[in-house]
Design a protein around this ligand. Structure first.
Ligand code: X8Z
Ligand code: ZN
Length: 600
C-alpha cells in the first residue's frame, strides 16, 4: 500500500509539471488514484478470501465459500458501479488530452466493469454465487479408484505409467466422474456469464474475454486455425506414430484409427510426452530421488542464476505447494496457480508438487508468473497495470523456463544427468513435440472451439458431451473408450472450463510465443542450438526476460512482441525447432495407415 501512495504522489507531481497543470490529466489522475486505492484494498481482501476457499475446502462447511462470495460481491459492486463507469467513459472521451498510461488504466477500469455492471447487479450476484459453488464442487470432489480414495496426482500416475489397459480405463473413467456433478453448474454459469457482459454491449462472455487482446472472436478463432494449419502436417505424423506405438505398448495387433482417450498419458490427451523415455535424459528417474521441496527450490535457483532475486520469505511461508493426503477431509484446488495477493510483494503459489517431470515443468511455469508479478511491481507501473503484456505473455515465460530446464546441456550442467552419456537427440525432440505440438491441438482446437460453441453459439446443454468429443476427434484425433452420453460432462473435468473460462487460447498463443522467444534467446543471445541450450547463469538471458516483464501492461503487447521477437505471432519458430523430427517420423510411419485427413 505504501508504494501505491507514493506512486500516486510522484505521478501527480510529474503530470502537473510536465503538462503545465493540464486540467483534464489532473482530474483524471485524481479519479484513477482514488479508484486504485479502493481497488487494491478490495482486491487484496478478495484474494485472501479466495485463497482460503481454494486451500481449505470442506464438504459440509461452506463458510469459506460464503466469505469468498462476499469479497467477490464487494469487488463487483465497486468495479461495476455506475459512477466508476461514467467517470472512466467521461475521461476517455478526452483521450487526446490524457497520457497513454492513463488511457490504459481507464480502459482497464471499463473492461473490469463490463464483467460486473451495477445495472444487472442481481445477475452479477447470482454469477458470483454460482462460481464459488462450482469451485467447491470441483475441488471438493473425492475421486475413487477401485473403492479407494485417490487424488488427481494418483490418477495421473496411473495414466503415465500403467500398461494394463483395463487399469488405465478404470483410472480414466474415475477421472471423469467429477464432470457429472459440474454440468448443471456449468450450464447456469454459461448463461450468467453471457448475460452479465451483454449488459455492457458485448455479444457474449467469450467475445468479452478475447477483447482483452484487442481482437474479435473471429480474429482469435482464425489465429487458432492458422497456428494449427502451420503445425498440422507434423501433428498428423505424431498422431500416426502414436497410434502404432501405443498399440504395440499395450500389446494389441489392432491399431485403432483414432486414439482411445485412456491410452494417453494425460486425462485430456493434452500432453503425450510421458509416453516416451529418453535414455540418459530421464528426468522422472532423476527426480524420484529428490523431494517435492527440492523441485520448487531448484526452480527458484534457475531464476536466481539469471539475475532474478530470491523469492520473498512470505512466498515460502504462505504458499500451499504440496498435496494433501488423497483421503483428507479438507481438500484444496488440485490445479496449479500463482497469486499476486496484494498487487505488491505478497506472492504465493498453490500447487500439489510431487517429484516428477510434470511437476518440475509446472513449478517453473508457476514461478514464471511469480517473477512476472515481482518484476512489474515497480514505481513505473501503476497497480492497475500490474498484469502481463497480455495474458499469453504471462503464461509463456514460465513455460519457456520449464522447457529450457529439461534440455540436456542444462541438466548436465546442473549435475543432474551425465553429460557424457549417449542420448538420442531425435527421441528427445520427439518427447518435446509430444508435449508442445500436441498441446496446440488441444488448446487451439478442442478447448477454444468448445468454449466458443458454448458462449458464442449458445451450444445446447444436451449437446455438451457430443460437441466435446466431436472436437476431440476432429482436432486431436482422440475418441472416448466407449460412448459417453450427456449425463457426463467431460469438458467440465478440465478445471479451466469452470474457473478460468473462455481463456484457453491464452495457452496456445503462449506456446507459439515461447518458441519465438526461446529461438531468439538461443540464437541471438546464447549462440547455442535452440534444441540444446543451457540458460543457467546467463544474466543476459535474465535481462532479456526482465525487459519483457518490467512494463507489465503499461505497454501495448504488439509493441512488446515486435521488440522481443522482431516478428508477428506465428508457429515458424516451433516448426523450425521440430524440423529434424519430420523426416524421422515419415520414415517410421512408412507403410502405416494415416487416418487423419491430409488437411485439417
Ligand atoms: O493451467 C495451466 C497452468 C496454470 S497457471 C498450470 N497450464 C495449462 C493446463 O494445465 O492445462 C499450463 C499449460 C497448460
Ligand atoms: Zn499459468
Amino acid at each position: 500500500m505504501k508504494n501505491i501512495l507514493s506512486f500516486s504522489v510522484i505521478a501527480a507531481v510529474m503530470l502537473a509539471s510536465c503538462n503545465g497543470g493540464g486540467g483534464t490529466q489532473k482530474e483524471a489522475q485524481d479519479f484513477i488514484d482514488k479508484y486504485t486505492k479502493e481497488y487494491v484494498k478490495l482486491y487484496t481482501n478478495e484474494q485472501e478470501a479466495q485463497w482460503k476457499s481454494n486451500t481449505e475446502i470442506k464438504k459440509d462447511d461452506s463458510s469459506n465459500t460464503l466469505a469468498a462470495q462476499k469479497a467477490d460481491e464487494e469487488m463487483a459492486a465497486f468495479t461495476g458501479s455506475k459512477e466508476n463507469i461514467e467517470n472512466a467513459k467521461r475521461y476517455l472521451e478526452k483521450k487526446s488530452e490524457l497520457t497513454p498510461i492513463q488511457v490504459r488504466e481507464l480502459n482497464y477500469i471499463l473492461y473490469n466493469a463490463a464483467n460486473n455492471p451495477q445495472t444487472v447487479a442481481d445477475l452479477v450476484k447470482q454469477r458470483i454465487k454460482a462460481e464459488n459453488e462450482q469451485t467447491q464442487k470441483l475441488y471438493g470432489f473425492q475421486y475413487m479408484l477401485e473403492d479407494k480414495k485417490v487424488s488427481t496426482n494418483d490418477l495421473d500416475d496411473v495414466l503415465k505409467k500403467e500398461t494394463n489397459v483395463n487399469k488405465r480405463l478404470a483410472a480414466w473413467e474415475a477421472s471423469k466422474e467429477v464432470g457429472k456433478t459440474l454440468k448443471g453448474g456449468l450450464v447456469n454459469l454459461r448463461e450468467l456469464r453471457n448475460k452479465t457482459v451483454q449488459a455492457l454491449g458485448y455479444h457474449d462472455f467469450f467475445t468479452y474475454q478475447v477483447s482483452d487482446y484487442g481482437m474479435t472472436t473471429d480474429e482469435m478463432m482464425q489465429t487458432m486455425d492458422r497456428l494449427m494449419k502451420e503445425l498440422y502436417p507434423l501433428y498428423r505424423e505424431l498422431h500416426t506414430w502414436m497410434r502404432y506405438e501405443m498399440a504395440h505398448k499395450y500389446g494389441t495387433m489392432d491399431v485403432p484409427d483414432y486414439l482411445p482417450a485412456h491410452w494417453l498419458p494425460n486425462r485430456w490427451g493434452q500432453d503425450w510426452s510421458a509416453a516416451v523415455t529418453v535414455e540418459g535424459v530421464n528426468l522422472d528417474s532423476v527426480l524420484k530421488a529428490k523431494s517435492a521441496e527440492w523441485i520448487v527450490k531448484d526452480g527458484e535457483d534457475m531464476y536466481v542464476s539469471l539475475g532474478f532475486p530470491k523469492l520473498p520469505k512470505t512466498f515460502w511461508d504462505k504458499s500451499s505447494l504440496y498435496p494433501y493426503p488423497a483421503d483428507s477431509a479438507v481438500k484444496k484446488n488440485n490445479h496449479a496457480s500463482a497469486w499476486h495477493m496484494d498487487l505488491n510483494h505478497d506472492v504465493r503459489s498453490l500447487m500439489s508438487v510431487e517429484p516428477n517431470a510434470e511437476w518440475f515443468e509446472t513449478a517453473h511455469h508457476e514461478l514464471g508468473h511469480i517473477y512476472y508479478y515481482l518484476t512489474y511491481t515497480n514505481d513505473q507501473v501503476p497497480p492497475l497495470l500490474r498484469q502481463g503484456a497480455n495474458r499469453a505473455y504471462h503464461e509463456a515465460l514460465g513455460t519457456m523456463m520449464g522447457l529450457a530446464a529439461m534440455q540436456k546441456p542444462f541438466l548436465a550442467g546442473r549435475g543432474l544427468i551425465d553429460g557424457n552419456a549417449k542420448t538420442d537427440s531425435i527421441q528427445a525432440l520427439l518427447k518435446e513435440a509430444l508435449n508442445s505440438v500436441v498441446f496446440i491441438f488441444f488448446s487451439s482446437g478442442t478447448m477454444s472451439n468448445f468454449e466458443k460453441a458454448m458462449y458464442v453459439d449458445n451450444l445446447s446443454p444436451d449437446q455438451f458431451n457430443a460437441k466435446w468429443w466431436e472436437l476431440a476427434k476432429k482436432y486431436q484425433g482422440i475418441v472416448p473408450p466407449s460412448p459417453r452420453g450427456e449425463e457426463y460432462c467431460d469438458a467440465a473435468t478440465k478445471t479451466h472450463i469452470n474457473d478460468d473460462p473462455a481463456q484457453y487460447y491464452d495457452y496456445a498463443l503462449s506456446y507459439v510465443l515461447l518458441y519465438q522467444l526461446h529461438n531468439h534467446i538461443a540464437k541471438d543471445i546464447l549462440h547455442q542450438d535452440p534444441r540444446a541450450t543451457n540458460y543457467y547463469g546467463h544474466k543476459e538471458v535474465g535481462d532479456f526476460i526482465r525487459k519483457i516483464m518490467q512494463p507489465g501492461a503499461s505497454k501495448d503487447w504488439r509493441e512488446v512482441l515486435k521488440e522481443s521477437t522482431g516478428d508477428e505471432l506465428n508457429a515458424k519458430a516451433m516448426l523450425d525447432y521440430f524440423q529434424p523430427l519430420v523426416n524421422w517420423l515419415k520414415e517410421q510411419n512408412k507403410g502405416r495407415k494415416y487416418t487423419l485427413p491430409e488437411t485439417l
